[in-house]
Structures are given as structure tokens and as C-alpha cells.
Design a protein around this ligand. Structure first.
Ligand code: EPU
Length: 417
């Protein structure tokens, strides 16, 4: 197993390029199943989750090749409609094959993902939506078996906005007969990119990026050609790296309109953010002010930035309160930050952080993807050496993060345990 070793205390300077968004690339890769033929997706990040998606597509019978972050996926010979447990348990986003397989082949057999480190994360809303489109769903040996002679458009009102649920239904409804209306839909930039990609394949979707999406079903779709948008969570992580180290970084590819909630909170901490032609310049203050955050669905403060922002608040002057409203168990980084000297108290879904001037490096353990990033950020600002183990979580979602940080002057390297 590998670990990341960081010697902290260096103010980061320079420029860093943001990679393509994992959470956009994954649904786009699965959307290729909706058409017969060869699709091409560029700016796909090199990540473990992308490798898992590739494996799943191959398992279904698609031909997948990649070169320089460009994936060619030929779905002409798809012969299986089953997403096996081994792959779904490795990556929950695998359930996004349900909508495309059901819509194109009239059937799908997808393993239920089971538990997750950050919360229960059921897929009941995906299934309820598919049923509303006329699918018959039943559970067998831990698998969802879905069948439909022909999906038919329907009005679907989500009990809560769900990113994956909205994506699954967008894909299924694109090939359904008649009109589907999704109410209380998720509004994330990744949803907008998926809808635009589907429209470029011949779908008729309006309203993506708002809470109400209209989909006029079409008989067939053509292969996809598109470029993945920049990863707003990776961009946000580098923005916090600048803030926590009192550095000055140009985050190339950071898009202001996708980061408004994070930007306004960073500005409250005293961090300076200046738009430049191809990104955002972020200048960390000498003393960080403490601010409160509450995660919520887009355009609110993203849950995927909560752990990183908590690392930042451990170094702020004063007390901040962080409330997590999306996932039930997304404070696993707290115990590890405490090992580095952080003063954090958890009360249910909220954490109170009393900023401390000095944190000390320590051996710590990553528990999930964004928790890993939080520990690395804390390590960049801590005295002495921090060793982050179990970094396979990190490799699921951050492309070459240690190389990118080293390019900004950080003393960081990957080592064998
Ligand atoms: N929910 C249900 N039933 C459902 C679906 C969701 O109760 O059928 C609940 C979830 O348990 C959760 C909330 O609704 O409490 C929101 O879940 P959502 O469906 O929006 O999340 P997701 O699609 O499973 C995506 C990202 C996550 C990100 C969340 C929230 C991908 C591949 N994953 O997950 O990303 O945290 O949206 O923004 O897009 C990450 O990248 O580290 C990550 C976890």
C-alpha cells in the first residue's frame, strides 16, 4: 500500500491545471450506452473510478480504448445488461447504467450498492422514478432487476434533489415515449453537462440547471462526442490549499459560476479571489477569519468540499460551525484532524471547530475520498511531517494530486508503506 508524506509549512505559489470532473465523466461514459456506435469523450481524468467505469463498460460488452485522457467507447456489441456486485461495491456510480440499459435494451440487472463510509446512500428514488416510467422492478439476491417493454414519459417529483437519481432518469427518459417532467431535480453543473451531452446525441431536454426539467422522449440517439468540464471539487481543493498555506495560486480551469458558494465563504475568511482569463487566482491571508458553513444541494455549499473546508477552519482565528446536511456520516476526518492537534467537537450533524495557531504533523488515515484531501490540506499547513495512509481513496478522485502540489512548491511525495 502507498502513503503520502508531506512536510508542511510551505506557502504554495504558482499555477495548477484542474483535470476533468470525475462526477461528470462517469455519467457521460455510461450515457454512451444509450446509442449504438462509437462515442468519444475527451478530458477524462486518470482516476481509479474511471478505471472502474471502463471495466464495467467492458463487462457489458462495450469496446473501450483510451489515449491522452480521450476515451473511445463503442457500444455496438453490448451483450450483457448486468452490473455485477464486485464493480458496484467498488464504485456506487455504477448504478448509473440502470437508466441507459433499461431504456435501450428494455432490461437491466444492477447490484444494489450496499453501505458506504459517508452515509446509507440508498437508490430508492432512482427506482421509484424508473417505476413511474413504467419499469417493473424487483429485487433478487441483492440485485435490482428492471424490465420494460417500452418506457413511457411521466411526471416524477423527487422527494429530495438527488444528483445520481436525476442523471439516471434523464438518461432513461431520453428514450421513453412521450414527455417526462422531473420536479425537484438536482441542479449541479454535472447535470447540466449531461443534459447538454444528451441533447447533442439527439435528446430533447430543457431546463437542466433548474429544479424542473422537461424531457421529450425520442426513438433513438446517436453516439456522443464531448469534452468533460473541469472538476469544481478539485479546483476548490486547490483554492483551499492556497488559503491554508497563505499562498498565491492560479487555479487554471476553476469556473467562478460553479464555485459561488465556496468563493463567498473563502472571501469571508479573508482570502482574496481574482478572476483571470483561464481560471481564478487565490491569495491566502496572513490570518484566516473563522466562518460557518452548512452544506446543501447546488448552488449551496457542496458536501464534497466540507472536509477540506474543515481543515481550513482548524487554522482560523476564532470558532466556526460546520453543518453537514447531505450525508449522515461525513465527519470521519474529524478524528484524524484531532490527531494533528485540531480542536473539534461533533454534535450530531454539526461540528464546532476552534481554530489553533499550530497543528503538528502525524500519521493519519484516509477514510474516504474528500476526507483524504482534507488530511493532505491539513498536512500542508502543519509543522513537521504528516503521513496519510490508505490513499487508494484519494486515487479514486484526484489526478496526480501530489505531483500537482509539488509543482506549487509543496514538499510532498508518494511512498510505499
Ligand atoms: N438519496 C436517497 N435516495 C436516493 C438517492 C439519494 O435517499 O435514491 C439521498 C442520499 O442518501 C443523500 C442525498 O440523497 O443523502 C443526496 O444524494 P445524491 O443522490 O445527490 O448523491 P449521489 O448521486 O450518490 C453525487 C456525487 C457525490 C456527491 C453527491 C452530493 C457522483 C458520482 N457522486 O452522489 O460525490 O457527494 O452527489 O453532491 O456524482 C464524491 O465525489 O466524493 C462524492 C461522494
Amino acid at each position: 500500500m502507498e502513503k503520502i508524506v508531506i512536510k508542511g509549512g510551505i506557502s504554495l505559489q504558482g499555477e495548477v491545471q484542474v483535470s476533468g470532473a470525475k462526477n461528470s465523466a462517469l455519467p457521460l461514459m455510461f450515457a454512451t450506452l444509450l446509442a449504438d456506435g462509437q462515442s468519444e469523450i475527451s478530458n477524462v481524468p486518470s482516476l481509479r473510478d474511471i478505471n472502474t467505469a471502463e471495466k464495467l463498460l467492458r463487462e457489458l460488452g462495450a469496446e473501450v480504448t483510451s489515449q491522452d485522457n480521450c476515451y473511445r467507447i463503442n457500444t455496438g456489441k453490448v451483450k450483457s445488461v448486468e452490473a455485477p456486485y464486485d464493480l458496484v461495491k467498488t464504485m456506487r456510480a455504477s448504478v448509473l447504467v440502470l437508466g441507459p440499459l433499461l431504456a435501450r435494451f428494455g432490461q437491466a440487472r444492477v447490484s444494489l450498492p450496499g453501505g458506504c463510509a459517508i452515509g446509507a446512500r440508498p437508490i430508492n428514488l432512482h427506482l421509484k422514478g424508473m417505476e413511474a416510467l413504467g419499469a417493473k422492478i424487483h429485487l433478487d439476491h441483492g440485485y435490482v432487476e428492471a424490465t420494460a417493454d417500452k418506457l413511457r414519459g411521466a411526471k416524477i417529483s423527487f422527494d429530495m434533489p438527488t444528483v445520481g437519481g436525476t442523471e439516471n432518469l434523464l438518461m432513461a427518459a431520453s428514450l421513453a415515449e412521450g414527455e417526462t417532467v422531473l420536479e425537484n431535480a438536482a441542479r449541479e453543473p454535472e447535470i447540466v453537462q449531461l443534459a447538454e451531452a444528451l441533447n447533442s446525441m439527439g435528446a430533447k431536454i430543457e431546463g437542466a440547471g433548474t429544479a424542473i426539467i422537461h424531457i421529450q422522449g425520442v426513438a433513438s440517439l446517436t453516439p456522443l462526442k464531448c469534452q468533460v468540464i473541469p472538476d469544481r471539487i478539485e479546483a476548490g481543493t486547490f483554492m483551499i490549499a492556497a488559503a491554508i498555506t497563505g499562498g498565491n495560486i492560479l487555479v487554471r480551469g476553476a469556473v467562478r459560476k460553479d464555485q459561488e458558494a465556496l468563493i463567498s465563504k473563502l472571501i469571508e475568511t479573508g482570502t482574496v479571489i481574482q478572476p483571470e482569463a483561464d481560471g481564478l487566482r487565490v491569495i491566502g491571508p496572513k490570518n484566516l477569519a473563522s466562518v460557518d458553513i452548512r452544506t446543501s444541494v447546488f448552488p449551496g455549499f457542496p458536501t464534497d468540499m466540507q472536509a477540506q473546508f474543515m481543515a481550513l477552519m482548524t487554522r482560523a482565528v476564532g470558532t466556526s460551525r460546520i453543518s453537514e446536511t447531505i450525508f449522515e456520516n461525513r465527519f470521519m476526518h474529524v478524528c484524524e484532524l484531532q490527531r494533528m492537534g485540531a480542536d473539534i467537537q461533533i454534535d450530531g450533524h454539526s461540528a464546532t471547530i476552534r481554530g489553533t495557531a499550530a497543528m503538528t504533523g502525524a500519521p493519519v488515515m484516509a477514510t474516504d475520498l474528500r476526507a483524504s484531501a482534507s488530511l493532505i490540506l491539513a498536512g500542508l499547513a502543519a509543522e513537521n511531517t504528516t503521513e496519510v495512509s490508505r490513499i487508494y481513496h484519494l486515487d479514486r478522485g484526484y489526478e496526480k494530486i501530489e505531483k500537482k502540489l509539488a509543482g506549487l512548491g509543496a514538499n510532498i511525495r508518494r511512498e510505499q508503506e
